[in-house]
Design a protein around this ligand. Sequence first.
Ligand SMILES: *Cc1c(COP(=O)(O)O)cnc(C)c1O
Length: 341
Amino acid sequence: MSHLVADFRSDTVTRPCPGMKKAMVEAELGDDVLGDDPTVMQLEQALARQAGKEAGLFLPSGTQSNLVALMAHCERGDEYIVGQDAHTYKYEGGGAAVLGSIQPQPIEFEPDSTLDLLKVRAKIKADDSHFANTRLLCLENTCSGNVLPLAYHGEARALCDEHGLGLHLDGARLFNALVKQDVSLAQISQHYDSVSLCLSKGLGTPAGSVLVGDADVLAKARRWRKVLGGGLRQSGMLAAAGLYALEHNIARLADDHSNARRLAEGLAAIPGVSCDPAAVQTNMVFAMIDDPAQAKPLEDFLRDNGVLTLGGQVLRLVTHKDVNEAGVERALVLVAEFFSS
Ligand SMILES: *Cc1c(COP(=O)(O)O)cnc(C)c1O
């Protein structure tokens, strides 16, 4: 590979900037398992306050954050309703079932990444010993780069209230949605019992997620975090990166969204690739390579020229703080060159 031009594999690939590293090195530290790391507490409280929730919990990963939330809401033999392609169901190794004895009830996402609430209602099981106990609905925002419609959150809440279900949001990329819709965290989180927020995606930290929610749910989640081995000690170093990101890396997500839009517009103009720029809402672009046989050669050609993708006939390209406009333009030139030769 020549020098790196742009890494579109995921928004998890960002490297901490000098300012973030400085904040990490200078963080005041304690022992978070013993409950006295001041920087972790500051981050947990800052996000809980922004979300209008009673408590926050810092975790090493988004996967663990979702898992402890599911395990806090559901017990053995309980069930949660979730999207068929949702991260917590499809991309977390079946953790809820493996480690929580929680049965998933997946439902296909609608094209806008909502779950049709009529379909959800139809899957809620009666109180009958034949059935698992339906306890929780889990939604995802953003989901494949799609932003859930604002009105939908309240509708989902109303359904959950009607049936006594908890409501969890996998908000790994929720800040992208907030910037896109120009709303506060609390405007969305008010409808949820718990919300998981990733710091290591668009926010650009090396690691970490924060779960926010009601005190009772969070107390159980804190216990499960320890059980799962997620109790870190001087994790204030990582939390400091999170605090830095909250201050410096949220508003700039709009740049990632405009870079994604530009990338999609450029790809749409290249014969051999199909891409709908109007479908790009945040920082993810999906592009179809018309001839499947070209997918691997394209991936290799791009890599040889410093542009990293995950490949496949449907290319998922993710923009983030370490991809700039010049990188996007260069990638477009390379894709055009590939298809013209
Ligand atoms: C990335 C991601 C997570 C958490 O992933 P980790 O790699 O474990 O931090 C959860 N949900 C969604 C939708 C994600 O994209």
